[in-house]
Design a protein. Structure first.
Length: 332
């Protein structure tokens, strides 16, 4: 591939143990030698980007680095016949934005196996309103449905409900007819969560540690985006045979639980990975999100930022203060 193009990227440098991001000029010659060069028009913000930008070595080993686990744009050049120049694509997950320069740059060069053709009726901006957060919420809901979860079985809970994954999970479940209880630490997001379709909004302290080993069943199922102690508590409230889709760790990666929810109520804890799963599984969820699973309120309320606002927006994620979907627009 012979293109040599100068472009802007928001790159993070390590300086004396501190991690500082700034917009700088780069050249496509310095991108990894992969099959598809993509001009990125939109990216989006996810908790993992905040981890990468703050020097979390479990996400990004080497700096300087361009984060951005999501990208949408147009193929500029390709070594693979399936992706001709001009083809709109979505790229999320795998190593993008971790140790491969990501969507916070105006260009990425990635393996063809990471690229999904843009669904017919979608634009790059819409795709990035969903991004990895939407894909993950969709995967959680798809797995709960596969386990037989139905609206008539009772309420479903979403933790971290105002966050990127949580807010889309809330709207998607409500759109599918579920009675959603949004569990959130942000009292000021109550109205927004109701506008997404939450039937009830309860404070995060509803999942504060209880001494009791089991609690009165309250939820037929749940999407958990936080992990840690809240997840251990949530499991005590799940109805017999119910399931919890577990995808996040903002409250901690440890899970200290008894086996009681599993052996007394047959509760299922479902793991969700949006990163390494086969492309076909991602494609199935993208197709639904671009059709019957569209989350119109999320699409309407997503916030746009430019690269200069990345620093403060990413810091808000680390403090648990971010809400809804934040889309990064490249250009100007
Ligand atoms: N498995 C996967 O493939 C996958 C994919 C995407 C994301 N994730 C993970 O999912 C999680 C959520 O990601 P996101 O992008 O949605 O992040 P996010 O926008 O920051 O949302 C997380 C939400 O969790 C709540 N929260 C924050 N700190 C908390 C704490 N200490 N205890 C309890 N709740 C807390 C907050 O919502 P409230 O104020 O409303 O409570 C926050 O908005 C992250 O851990 C991320 O790494 C995993």
């Amino acid at each position: 591939m012979t293109n040599s193009i100068d472009y802007n990227a928001w790159r993070v440098h390590e300086k004396d143990g501190n991690y500082v991001g700034a917009l700088e000029r780069c050249n496509t010659d310095d991108l990894p030698d992969n099959e598809v060069l993509v001009k990125v028009s939109y990216s989006s913000l996810n908790y993992k980007d905040a981890l990468s930008a703050s020097g979390n070595k479990g996400v990004t080993r080497n700096f300087p680095h361009t984060p951005g686990i999501d990208a949408a744009g147009e193929v500029v050049a390709s070594d693979i016949a399936d992706f001709a120049a001009g083809q709109p694509v979505i790229v999320t997950g795998y190593d993008l934005g971790m140790n491969t320069p990501g969507g916070f740059g105006e260009y990425i060069r990635v393996p063809a196996a990471w690229c999904i053709p843009m669904p017919q009726n979608w634009q790059a901006r819409t795709a990035m309103i969903y991004g990895t957060a939407g894909l993950t919420a969709g995967l959680c809901v798809a797995k709960l449905l596969k386990m037989g979860l139905k609206p008539e079985q009772g309420k479903v809970a979403v933790t971290g409900a105002s966050g990127a994954v949580g807010s889309i999970a809330t709207e998607l479940l409500a759109t599918l007819g579920f009675d959603v209880v949004a569990i959130s630490g942000k009292a000021d997001q109550s109205e927004s969560l109701k506008a997404l379709g939450a039937a009830e909004v309860v404070g995060r302290d509803a999942l504060a540690a209880e001494k009791k080993p089991m609690l009165k069943p309250a939820y037929a199922g749940a999407v958990d985006t936080v992990g840690g102690e809240p997840l251990a508590e949530l499991l005590k409230y799940i109805q017999p045979g119910g399931s919890v889709a577990c995808c996040g760790l903002v409250a901690g990666p440890q899970l200290q639980t008894t086996v009681l929810p599993f052996i007394l109520r047959g509760v299922n804890l479902l793991g969700i990975d949006s990163v390494e799963i086969p492309l076909a599984e991602k494609q199935a969820v993208w197709d639904k999100l671009s059709g019957p699973w569209a989350c119109k309120q999320t699409e309407k309320t997503a916030r746009e930022i430019g690269p200069k606002e990345l620093d403060s927006a990413l810091k808000a994620f680390l403090k648990g203060e971010s809400s809804g979907r934040v889309v990064l627009v490249h250009g100007d």
